[in-house]
Design a protein around this ligand. Structure first.
Ligand code: ZN
Length: 257
């Protein structure tokens, strides 16, 4: 049962159709790992903290540069040169002292991915780094974890969510050209564009927890499709993403080998 203070704090969520006290309890009992607390992760982590996801892990190896402040809205000028993950952890914990915020000041890599990911119910990849995204995809499929991955380029963004049994990132993007893999994102960016992606990713995690045992789950998430949008020309489309029966990550064959 929700405590009286939780009933007051989360009242506006509880009043939503299909949420109620039962839905809020699901969120308070849930855990999410956010990979990267830059432009997208600033927003994702803020919304998940505010709604009361019970345990949130943040992993990032970077420190705060002056150029980050224009679009990574979790950070203040006085935070310059500090590790993003430590600053984010402290700020989010102040926002909501009810929940647990954990921080990992390190990169997610092949040595630690499985171990860290196994400790959370839902994974959010915000990195716009294809090497990391493929790693998150592989580790989540191997551990049967649902995840949402997103990226941006200038005014454009894309988002895709995977639940066990749906198309994975490799089903769709396995054949990317090597030059795409080498591309690092240093594009121009406005926070209002990356904020949309971060907000949608927070929504994917929240809806997953609210609906995971219901027939509506697939209808409410961006699974088996790719959400793409452009804030310059103002469009949002859902592109069908098919599961690849010979996917090297999620097909039956890959799991037998
Ligand atoms: Zn796949």
């Amino acid at each position: 049962m929700l405590s009286q203070s939780h009933k007051q704090r989360y009242l506006r969520a509880i009043n939503l159709p299909n949420v109620g006290e039962e839905g809020q309890l699901k969120l308070l009992g849930a855990s999410v790992l956010i990979v990267g607390v830059g432009a997208i992760g600033s927003i994702t982590s803020t919304y998940l903290t505010a709604v009361g996801v019970g345990r949130i892990g943040l992993i990032d190896f970077d420190t705060i540069d002056i150029e980050d402040l224009q679009h990574q809205v979790l950070y203040e000028t006085s935070f310059l040169n500090r590790p993003k993950v430590r600053s984010a952890q402290a700020k989010l914990q102040r926002m909501n002292p009810d929940i647990v915020i954990e921080g990992y000041f390190q990169a997610l890599d092949v040595r630690n991915a499985l171990k860290i990911i196994q400790g959370y119910d839902f994974i959010i990849d915000t990195t716009s780094n294809l090497h990391t995204t493929f790693l998150v995809n592989q580790a989540c499929v191997a551990t049967n974890k649902p995840f949402s991955t997103a990226g941006y380029y200038q005014y454009q963004g894309q988002i895709m969510t995977h639940i066990p049994g749906s198309a994975c990132f490799s089903c769709v993007f396995e054949n990317l050209l090597p030059q795409e893999l080498r591309r690092t994102i240093q594009s121009g960016v406005y926070g209002f564009s990356t904020g949309i992606v971060g907000s949608m990713q927070a929504g994917e995690a929240i809806k997953y927890f609210l609906h995971k045992d219901t027939p509506y789950l697939r209808d409410t998430l961006l699974v088996d499709c790719l959400g793409v949008f452009d804030t310059q020309n103002l469009y949002f489309n859902k592109l069908l993403a098919r599961k690849n029966p010979s996917c090297p990550v999620c097909s039956k064959d890959s799991k037998q080998s």
